[in-house]
Design a protein around this ligand. Structure first.
Ligand code: IMP
Ligand code: MG
Length: 173
């Protein structure tokens, strides 16, 4: 299916919604009896974090962090800069980092190492999309929405030059 922007639909709005319900149920069960602190990585994971948080049935707190990898738009360079740090301490909290996509894994490897030094009770990763073929680091991801092939995708938070974030589905340009 090709839409009006010439974007091929890879994962539909309905499929995303179903997957988010599944992930939220899994997280609610895994952390039953505890509170969960979600860290939304701006800007890409805003849509995913909000929808996921709404479906989780245990107490949720949220914080936001903005990182940028140097380099061009299509390939992550592996050098990560913190543009906006967390507002609150994560000490003794059960933390889940929420990402839109894991590509090389460099961003998350860096974040896991950095946040790991701040004494969270636990620290895990939840990503909507995973491109396993592209991985160059060994980063442990507890929750994955969809594994996708090595194609550049947009929508549902993901951008190409800051555009297409607002598409309700995931597509290939
Ligand atoms: P990593 O450090 O290589 O894992 O890069 C992860 C980041 O690269 C993501 O958070 C996205 O911002 C960006 N990225 C990687 N692949 C894509 C894609 O297919 N579409 C849009 N952004 C992407
Ligand atoms: Mg991102």
């Amino acid at each position: 299916m090709i839409d009006e922007n010439n974007i091929k639909v890879l994962i539909s709005e309905e499929e995303i919604s179903k997957k988010i319900n599944e992930l939220a149920l899994k997280i609610s069960n895994d952390y039953a009896g505890r509170d969960i602190h979600l860290i939304c990585i701006l800007k890409g994971s805003v849509f995913f974090s909000c929808e996921l948080a709404k479906k989780i049935t245990i107490p949720v707190t949220m914080d936001f962090m903005s990182v940028s990898s140097y380099g061009d738009e299509l390939v992550s360079s592996g050098r990560v800069k913190i543009v906006k740090d967390l507002d609150e301490s994560i000490k003794d909290k059960d933390v889940i980092i929420i990402e839109d996509i894991i590509d090389s894994g460099r961003t998350l490897a860096y974040l896991m190492e950095l946040l790991g030094t701040r004494s969270p009770k636990s620290l895990e990763i939840c990503t909507l999309l995973d491109k396993p073929e592209r991985r160059v680091t060994d980063v442990k991801v507890k929750y994955v929405g969809f594994e996708i092939p090595d194609e550049f995708v947009v929508g549902y938070g993901l951008d190409y030059k800051q555009k297409y974030r607002n598409l309700a589905y995931i597509g290939v340009v």
